[in-house]
Design a protein around this ligand. Structure first.
Ligand SMILES: [Zn+2]
Length: 273
């Protein structure tokens, strides 16, 4: 599933391509990908809108239109949002195409969990999950002391806490495992039992892995591609995620995979305490 670095990469790609473009036609091949409004209203409202901006909040993409409308997109498991300047045949699983004045913006999604919402800017809070999002970890609003205090209050496994979008927005399975590895914390530790020193290391690791992920254009372990259809490169930089049975790059111990917070979780049993 695309996490913060992948969604940020898509947003940065698109920002250079679609701002100022006008939507000329809407091709909706699978009605259920639009959560709200109904398909006819969606097509009618979107047609002739101009794209004014594009931003990210957690794992959501927010495309600002003229008429004070916002198109909210969540890629979920396998959604891809790809721009092409020229007409091309739709790839398999293309559910929505926005025909722009300067190209085509396609949404493809094999698993069909990705969703669109078109809402007035003043009603963004009605989009499922958006209003409950926690702090953006790469902004100045994410403070080390707040993070340490939070961990000290929660009797929750640290992995589950990091995955909870209401706590920190945008973390997913890959970057969580990588951050816990870098800070040498076992994924099943209770947050409250993580020391202040470890919490500080984890805080730094969270920001570091997310920034590294963005710097390398995201992680393509399955379906993720950026808005130009290219794979990311951070999968080559992963230290534990997906490395079951391989040697820990820090201590040489064999990396294990367990279920933690309901997710396949990779860690080093020797150097993550
Ligand atoms: Zn190790």
């Amino acid at each position: 599933m695309p996490e913060l670095p992948e969604v940020e990469t898509v947003v940065r790609n698109l920002r250079t391509k679609i701002i100022g473009a006008r939507i000329e036609e809407v091709e909706l091949n699978m009605a259920k990908v639009v959560s709200t409004p109904d398909p006819e209203t969606f097509a009618r409202l979107v047609r002739s809108c101009e794209i004014r901006g594009i931003n990210r909040r957690g794992k959501y993409i927010l495309v600002s239109f003229s008429d004070d409308l916002v198109l909210v997109v969540h890629l979920r498991m396998t959604g891809q949002f790809v721009f092409s300047a020229t007409a091309q045949p739709n790839p398999k699983h293309t559910h929505l195409v926005l025909h722009l004045s300067n190209g085509y913006l396609r949404f493809t999604d094999m698993r069909q969990f990705g969703r669109f919402w078109l809402v007035p800017a003043s009603e963004l809070n009605t989009v499922s999950g958006l209003k409950d999002l926690g702090v953006e970890p790469l902004t100045t609003a994410f403070k080390m002391n707040d993070f340490c205090d939070l961990l000290g209050r929660r009797r929750q496994k640290i992995k589950a806490l990091l995955l909870d979008q209401r706590t920190i927005a945008g973390m997913g399975n890959i970057y969580t495992d990588e951050a816990l590895f870098r800070s040498k914390i076992h994924p099943e530790r209770l947050a409250v039992e993580v020391s202040v020193k470890e919490a500080r290391a984890l805080y730094r690791a969270v920001r570091e892995v997310l920034n590294d992920g963005i710097a390398f254009g995201g992680t393509s372990v399955r379906d993720y591609v950026d808005a130009e259809g290219n794979e990311g490169r951070f999968q080559d930089m992963l230290r534990v995620y997906g490395k079951k049975g391989q040697s820990c790059p820090r201590c040489g111990e064999t990396i294990r995979r367990i279920k933690a917070a309901g997710r396949g979780t990779y860690f080093c049993p020797r150097c993550q305490k």
